[in-house]
Design a protein around this ligand. Structure first.
Ligand SMILES: Cc1cc2nc3c(=O)[nH]c(=O)nc-3n(C[C@H](O)[C@H](O)[C@H](O)COP(=O)(O)OP(=O)(O)OC[C@H]3O[C@@H](n4cnc5c(N)ncnc54)[C@H](O)[C@@H]3O)c2cc1C
Length: 385
């Protein structure tokens, strides 16, 4: 053995919710000494810190439904397994549809989601009003509601995974960015850092919006681009109550949920070019507040308390890229969650650990493979917010 040579059974690049979940699940499956490289001072300061906390299972593709459903099972037993407080509040997600074609698609999806075991109901506008009397149903043709969707705490989840992973032998190296990959031919055999190389048979890319850069070091073209996305929070409002579900108005794209006694308002700016810019564009606030007030008239009296912007790590089909890369042994991907990485982190952690330990995951993830871009097997996820 080479004295001073640093080795690890697995190196995870990035300590966001995804990297932390993977580190925990690998450690739980008996892999000792998983190394997590994080360039910042703490875990969960990247996109994870900017997430709105939405956890939903209502997707258009079966694999996303299954991945989120698996994750909800983890979120529900998280306090017991991790020794934390509650991290998930199943207040439900209500999608409101105003476009006939979209309404038809959501009704068809609801059948698929029910067949996979989700309690999804389709609602008339008056049925939706019974759940959220605060919401104007002007122009709404119908809605879908899943009572086991809800809201979670990305910070607590990431911290929970980090601390349990550490107890099980994982090592988190903060302020130690990966600067390159060590290769032996096509194979990845380690990671360069300014504090020295780490030799390993497996590197897992969990670098969020920076994932494409890490993949490029191995000669892999990973189509994950960063896009700025905003959230704004109102001051507390008297009508906001704890049972209020996440409300998604598919007509405008505005989503809203209870936050600190007020409302969190979010909307993707479809015209935003790709960039790593996370400064808040306050001019965009008006474009969010307008449609939000139309849907929820009680917001007319609301004052905006704060706002932030973070990065979606987006793929061309709005689906994650998970698993090994054909022709590049020693590299695995857990990237490109396109706005739903927090809600899928627990399932991703479990399935990546199965891939590493058992040789394959217990869920068919072929639709999320890197090869799909090469083979033209891309199926676009329609329910993106
Ligand atoms: C405004 C907004 C709202 C959102 N709302 C939701 C929501 O409601 N529900 C949901 O599920 N998702 C939501 N998301 C998406 C979610 O935040 C992301 O999908 C998720 O956080 C991705 O986690 P990650 O661990 O892959 O990335 P990150 O949290 O970004 O973690 C990646 C880490 O890698 C580190 N890193 C990068 N390069 C290197 C390197 N070279 N060496 C070492 N470390 C490196 C970074 O510092 C970072 O800590 C939202 C995102 C935004 C921006």
């Amino acid at each position: 053995m080479n004295a001073g040579r640093e080795t690890a059974p697995v190196v995870v690049v990035g300590a966001g919710c995804i990297g932390a979940a993977i580190a925990y699940h690998l450690s739980r499956r008996g892999i000792k000494g998983v190394a997590v490289l994080e360039r910042e001072k703490f875990a969960g300061t990247g996109s994870t810190a900017k997430a709105a906390g939405g956890i939903r299972q209502q997707f258009s593709s079966t694999v996303n439904v299954q991945l989120s459903k698996l994750s909800v099972e983890h979120f529900l037993r998280f306090p017991e397994e991790m020794g934390t407080g509650q991290v998930f509040w199943p207040v439900g997600y209500l999608f409101l549809l105003s476009d006939p074609a979209q309404w038809a698609a959501f009704q068809a999806q609801a059948e698929m989601q029910r067949a996979l075991g989700l309690p999804v109901t389709t609602l008339t506008p008056s049925g939706a009003s019974e759940i959220v009397p605060e919401v104007s149903m002007d122009g709404v043709l119908g809605g879908t509601f899943c009572s086991t969707d809800g809201l979670g705490d990305p910070h607590m989840v990431t911290q929970g995974y980090e601390s349990r992973a550490r107890e099980l032998g994982a090592k988190f190296h903060f302020e130690r960015p990966a600067t390159g990959l060590i290769r032996d031919g096509e194979k990845v055999v380690g990671v360069h850092t300014a504090q020295g190389d780490i030799h390993t048979p497996l590197v897992i890319n969990a670098a969020g919006p920076h994932a494409a850069e890490i993949a490029r070091w191995a000669g892999v073209d990973l189509p994950v681009l960063p896009y700025r996305r905003h959230c704004f929070i109102t001051q507390p409002l008297p009508w906001v109550h704890e049972k209020l579900p996440m409300i998604v108005d598919m007509h405008s794209g505005v989503y809203m949920h209870r936050e600190s006694g007020g409302m969190l308002l979010g909307l993707a700016d479809k015209d935003e070019p790709t960039s790593f810019d996370t400064s808040v564009n306050w001019d965009f606030l008006e474009q969010v507040v307008g449609p939000a007030m139309e849907r929820v008239p009680g917001l007319e009296v609301a004052e905006i308390k704060t706002g932030w912007a973070g990065l979606y790590e987006t793929t061309p089909d709005h689906n994650a890229v998970l698993g090994p890369v054909t022709g590049v042994p020693g590299l695995m991907l857990a990237n490109g969650f396109s706005g739903h990485g927090f809600m899928q982190a627990p399932g991703v952690g479990q399935l990546i650990a199965e891939w590493v330990v058992d040789g394959k995951p217990s869920l068919d993830l072929s639709g999320l493979s890197h090869d799909r871009f090469r083979d033209g097997r891309v199926v676009v996820e329609a329910n993106v917010i």
